[in-house]
Design a protein around this ligand. Structure first.
Ligand SMILES: [Zn+2]
Length: 346
């Protein structure tokens, strides 16, 4: 048997059991490709005697035609019978992908933003790496104030500014107050800011990174009633109609007068006791939730707003605090453990 006949026999054997188009194409390249077996055979013609060349050339060309035909037939068979690798049954049920959900904190942020949007407040963002000036000086907190100590605030190792002091990680969202006044220029201001805050604390009720949301309203004739009304609206929208809020006199440097905001305890529903026993969570029926007050005239002045014409209120809530009250969680750190079993509970 000569080389040509041998090659054809081998080829027939090889394509007989093929069952994918991909395999057929591979074989096609091996035989008919530029560096394939047929071309190799044709090149060997130079080694033949001149009287043998014509006959050999004809045989190889015939072989090439046969292989081309056989490939064409096999291709048609494979197209009619779908190969297993590319066969797709559209009637089979789809793959079930695991469903994710938003983190509790993200959910709370969305909800708060929606509640305030309804009453015309815009949501702004401000730097988290902040100057001391916006976090303290502009908020009426003088140089020696204990909050400015490095036990309470995280300082950035960077050059100090003559105008704004040292760089810090924003310890509260209130740094936005004077920034917003400077941005707007002339009241009215109705703004919320929801952001990460940083303090060097780590225990069951504190994490070094946490979230606050701040609300600021400055306009003509703004008074405590407006503040109380907004807080009542928020508490009922966020927690439910059965929840009440109260203002309790307190002291902050950047508001005057200042209050702490308490809300109805979710565990005893404001009764302070459960079947004759004092409620362990609140002891009084109320839970402390946030700080609030009328914007201090010095803060308005720092924001270039005339305190004889305009007044305003501000309050700040901890987002983690809202979640603790809602879920009765006893360890805040679990929020940031990244344990998916916990997140699946909600
Ligand atoms: Zn209670």
């Amino acid at each position: 048997m000569n080389n040509v006949e041998k090659l054809l026999l081998e080829f027939k054997k090889k394509i007989k059991n093929l069952d994918t188009i991909h395999d057929l194409e591979t074989i096609q390249i091996i035989y008919l490709g530029r560096k394939g077996l047929i071309n190799h055979l044709l090149q060997s013609i130079t080694n033949l005697k001149s009287e043998e060349k014509k006959d050999f050339g004809l045989k190889v060309n015939k072989l090439k035609t046969s292989i081309n035909q056989l490939i064409g037939v096999k291709r048609q068979q494979l197209i009619k019978k779908p190969d297993t690798a590319s066969y797709f049954d559209i009637t089979l049920p789809g793959k079930q992908y695991p469903k994710g959900s938003l983190h509790l904190i993200s959910n709370a942020i969305e909800k708060i933003s929606d509640i305030f949007k309804k009453i015309g407040f815009i949501r702004m963002t401000y730097p988290e790496v902040e100057w001391e000036y916006f976090s303290f000086d502009s908020l009426n907190m003088p140089k020696g104030h204990p909050a400015r100590d490095d036990f309470e605030t995280l300082f950035i190792d960077a050059a100090e500014s003559k105008k704004y002091g040292k760089m810090i990680l924003s310890p509260h969202t209130s740094s936005c107050q004077v920034r917003e006044m400077m941005r707007v220029g002339k009241p009215p201001i109705r703004m919320i800011n929801i952001a990460k805050c940083y303090r060097p604390n780590w225990d069951v009720t504190h994490t070094p990174m946490f979230h606050q949301f701040e609300s600021l309203c400055v306009d003509k004739n703004i008074n405590i009633t407006n503040l109380k009304g907004t807080i009542d609206y928020f508490v009922k929208e966020y927690f439910g109609e059965e929840f009440e809020a109260r203002l309790r006199p307190f002291h902050f440097q950047f508001t005057e007068p200042s209050f702490e905001i308490d809300i109805t305890c979710a565990v005893c529903l404001g009764k302070g006791e459960i079947s004759g026993q004092q409620c362990k969570v609140c002891k009084s029926g109320w839970l402390e939730l946030a700080g609030a007050g009328m914007v201090h005239p010095n803060v308005l002045k720092a924001g270039k707003i005339d305190p004889s014409k305009y007044t305003g209120w501000a309050f700040a809530f901890g987002i983690e605090r809202l979640i603790i009250i809602q879920t009765k969680m006893d360890n805040i750190r679990i929020l940031y453990d990244g344990d998916i079993r916990f997140l699946k509970e909600f």
